[in-house]
Design a protein around this ligand. Structure first.
Ligand SMILES: [Zn+2]
Length: 166
């Protein structure tokens, strides 16, 4: 899924454990793999390829520049929305770490490209294994990813209400 989806889902889960930032980080990372398993579509990148045979070099050109802007915007939007929705003064750190944890496995894929050794090698293998093989069509699937985020927000509110009433 795209980074902003990962950030909001990670932040939402983290908001359920406001005083446990480390647990929030771990749950954020876990949520990344869990929702990558759901069929979805990711936006295409022009210059950054994670395919094994594409080599460990990335040409510095306009396409790379464009990719980096798209990725950065995606991450910033996700972090902003997660913080805006969930960062109360007491929960801010946990939500921040949950959102970062939610996105973290994707930059680690890029790190693996330049450093294809353990523990990144095993992590990459797991990431590829758990990631859905069913690719939906981009950009039509964008709507389903947005709906998925709304659904997650709603489910987290239900869980929060259950915790508070018990
Ligand atoms: Zn991923």
């Amino acid at each position: 899924m795209i980074l902003s989806t990962h950030a909001v889902v990670g932040g939402a889960i983290a908001s359920l454990m406001p005083s446990h930032p480390v647990l929030a980080l771990v749950c954020g990372i876990g949520s990344h793999f869990a929702i990558d398993a759901i069929p979805h579509a990711d936006y295409p990148l022009r210059s950054i390829s994670l395919r094994p045979r594409s080599g460990a070099t990335i040409a510095v050109n306009r396409s790379l520049f464009r990719d980096l802007i798209v990725i950065s915007l995606d991450a910033v939007v996700g972090l902003t929305v997660a913080m805006w929705l969930y960062a109360t003064p007491t929960a801010a750190l946990a939500v921040l770490l949950g959102a970062i944890g939610g996105m973290l496995p994707d930059p680690l894929q890029l790190a693996h490209k330049f450093y294809p050794k353990e523990p990144l090698r095993s992590l990459q293998r797991f990431h590829k294994w758990i990631h859905t093989k069913r690719r939906l069509r981009w950009p039509e699937a964008m709507g389903s990813q947005f709906l998925f985020v709304l659904l997650t927000i709603a489910v987290v509110e239900i869980v929060r209400a259950c915790i508070q009433s018990s």
